[in-house]
Design a protein around this ligand. Structure first.
Ligand code: HEM
Length: 507
């Protein structure tokens, strides 16, 4: 007998299974495709793949990938990275329009998990959202830096470290040296005195440990965490967030010792370092009966951590580039030295008042900042509100990348941008061009670098002192070796790989 019913059931069952599978497939495909449907009037850009977007393309120096996309889609383009829509701004007109003219609209930061972990819940200055709390801390930090990190106090502070550097260099005279350790120790001392009123031996093992931890962070987390782009990734048993927490604890642990010590010796009648000034602000607010929710110990710790870390790492990387460039271009080095010998001579230290009198030296330093572009995409911004920009609509909360590298290497703005030429910053009459239009190494506007003035003064004093007293050259026998090689695969910046040079005292 033919089992009509059974056959019918089985046919119906098969039909049902097929329909369900097909429907599920279609729903999944639609949902997946929906993940890359652009918001209305969003800037054009690469389409990317469902779910992941174009994140797979950002696997090496993002600023280079962005340059390629800008050629294809224009100076403003957008793409999806995991769950995030990202807009990238290129070249000076658009970047300045955003950070200077529409500063508030672009003043937020994205809520990446990595930044959340690093700033103890966005309680620092650099990564916290645009808010009243951020404004308060930025203002406080600004005023503290004005007190302790400008003019004569800064000059005295920096020159107090020179004897330690001289001693160290005397020990390595005639031998190849990787100057990274030396300049980190120099800057560490400067920042420790500025922030905590404390100095360190150049050989202090804690300093070396602090440096290694920073290197580890760059190495393992240079391109951020998966959870920065996929919210569900924080539930995966991967070790990214855990590793970041552990590294952060190590980094902050050491800083905490200095914070506790400074607190122990805190004297409101004698405020002589940045951290004590922040404590005083907290104490005053308490006395006035003000709400100190925005001025907790964690906030103050995070502010000092920002100043300390940003203040050391950025200046060190810039000086590291400067030394490699000087060793590579001895003829530029010789011209700088002639100028310094003429204006300052050899018998006194360079001072902050020498600024403006050394055009070629200053032009060379600006060229180091342009050529190195150590922070090529600034820090990530985000829109504070729905924003009309460049003929497009950028929804509130969109991550925005300011590609300052595109300004610094723009062939329409610079003659031979790929070359290291101090003349880029000189005008025809021998005067330094300190604000050329396509130059923004510190960002600008609301979120511009808090330490720009400090960094420029630090760099001027240290660079000039080194040039006045030492020569930099490639290691004999290795003259043809390239030392300007960058660490690949990192979003932490354009950082150089380790190198060795000769640093010899001038006769
Ligand atoms: C060569 C040295 C330096 C360079 C190239 C540099 C560059 C930058 C850049 C590009 C930004 C991001 C701007 C933006 O997002 O639009 C930034 C932010 C910042 N920098 Fe610097 N910086 C340097 C030195 C310093 C120093 C010495 C300090 C502290 C003493 C400092 C503290 C900060 C802070 C706190 C922020 C975050 C500002 C905010 O979000 O409100 N930087 N810096």
């Amino acid at each position: 007998m033919i089992d009509l019913l059974g056959a019918g059931e089985s046919g119906f069952g098969q039909f049902n299974a097929l329909t369900i599978t097909a429907t599920l497939g279609m729903v999944t495909a639609t949902l997946a495709l929906w993940t890359i449907v652009r918001p209305k009037r969003f800037p054009p850009g690469p389409r990317g793949l469902p779910i992941v977007g174009s994140i797979y393309s950002i696997n090496d120096s993002p600023e280079v990938v962005f340059g390629e996309w800008a050629k294809k889609y224009g100076d403003i383009f957008g793409f999806k990275a995991g769950e995030r829509w990202i807009v990238v701004l290129n070249r000076q007109a658009l970047i300045k329009e955003a950070v200077l003219k529409q500063s508030v609209g672009f003043a937020d930061r994205p809520d990446f998990l990595s930044l959340d972990i690093f700033s103890d819940g966005f309680k620092d200055i650099a990564f916290s959202p645009y808010s009243e709390t951020w404004k308060l801390h930025r203002k406080l930090a600004h005023s503290a830096l004005r007190h302790f990190a400008t003019g004569k106090p800064l000059q005295d502070l920096i020159s107090s470290v020179y004897p330690k550097v001289e001693k160290k260099l005397a020990m390595t005279e005639g031998q190849p040296i990787d100057p990274k350790v030396l300049i980190t120790l120099l800057m560490y001392n400067v920042l420790a005195q500025m922030c905590f009123g404390r100095s360190y031996e150049l050989e202090d093992p804690n300093v070396a440990q602090w440096m290694n931890t920073n290197d580890e962070i760059n190495e393992h987390l240079g391109l951020g965490l998966a959870a920065d782009f996929f919210s569900w990734a924080k539930y995966l048993p991967t070790n990214g967030p855990w590793m970041l927490k552990e590294l952060q604890e190590r980094l902050w642990g050491f800083l905490r010792l200095q914070v506790d010590e400074t607190r122990e010796h805190y004297d409101p009648e004698n405020i002589n370092n940045v951290y004590s000034l922040l404590l005083k602000a907290q104490e005053d607010a308490r006395k006035e009966g003000e709400n100190v929710d925005k001025l907790t110990d964690t906030h103050i710790f995070q502010t000092i951590a920002d100043i300390f870390t940003a203040g050391i790492l950025t200046t060190v990387e810039t000086l590291y580039w400067a030394m490699a460039l000087l060793a590579t271009y001895p003829e530029i080095q010789a011209k700088i030295r002639v100028e310094i010998d003429d204006v300052i001579g050899r018998d006194r230290l360079p001072t902050i008042n020498d600024r403006g009198k050394l055009p070629y030296t200053e032009a060379s330093l600006y060229e180091v900042l342009r050529y190195s572009s150590i922070v090529p995409n600034a820090l990530p911004h985000a829109t504070t509100r729905d924003t009309e920009f460049g003929g497009y609509h950028i929804p509130k909360g969109t991550t925005v990348i300011i590609n300052t590298y595109s300004m610094h290497y723009d062939p329409q703005e610079w003659d031979q941008p790929d070359k290291f030429l101090p003349e880029h910053f000189m005008d025809g009459s021998g005067t330094v061009r300190d604000h050329p239009p396509s130059f923004l190494p510190f960002g600008a506007g609301r979120r511009g670098c808090l330490g720009e003035a400090v960094a420029k003064a630090d760099l001027f004093l240290i660079f000039t002192w080194f040039m006045q007293n030492y020569t930099f050259s490639k290691v004999p026998g290795k003259e043809s070796e390239e030392i300007l090689k960058m660490i690949p695969q990192t979003a932490s910046g354009r950082l150089l790989l380790s190198y060795e040079i000769m640093i010899n005292k001038r006769d």
